[in-house]
Design a protein. Structure first.
Length: 129
């Protein structure tokens, strides 16, 4: 293990008037050499490092908690709708899922209710996700 010290050297170049900092190798001393049985010196973390570690752990815990809650709770509650006389599947999809394109809304209602076609009957109960 070698150590380096910073040493100021005054330049020999006449145009530079500020000293330049250079690293110089320092020979190993007997006290710096660790043998195989010696303990490694403790790591000292700065205040900024402790803060960064604490924030990283807190964010990780928060993300894991949110993920666990999202896995336990259902995605959303479905609404049950009774088909009235003259209603079509596209009308129901457009009424209850207005923020979605009509073709996607129809497919979602079909998938939720295990429908093979767009044919529905009066009095039939449909689940709208």
């Amino acid at each position: 293990m070698r150590a380096a010290i910073a040493e100021y050297q005054f330049p020999t170049h006449p145009q530079r008037q500020h000293p330049q900092r250079h690293l110089t190798l320092v020979p190993e001393s007997e006290s710096q050499v660790l043998s195989a049985g010696d303990a490694v010196p403790a790591l000292h973390i700065t205040r900024r490092g402790r803060l960064a570690r604490t924030v990283a752990i807190a964010v990780t815990i928060a993300v894991l908690a949110v993920a666990a809650v999202m896995m336990v709770l259902p995605a959303s509650a479905a609404i049950e709708v009774k088909v009235q006389r003259g209603q079509t599947l596209s009308e129901i999809a457009a009424t209850y899922l207005p923020d979605m394109p009509l073709d996607r809304a129809i497919v979602i209602v079909q998938l939720e209710n295990n429908l093979n076609s767009t044919q529905i009957q009066t009095g039939q109960r449909l689940l709208i996700p």
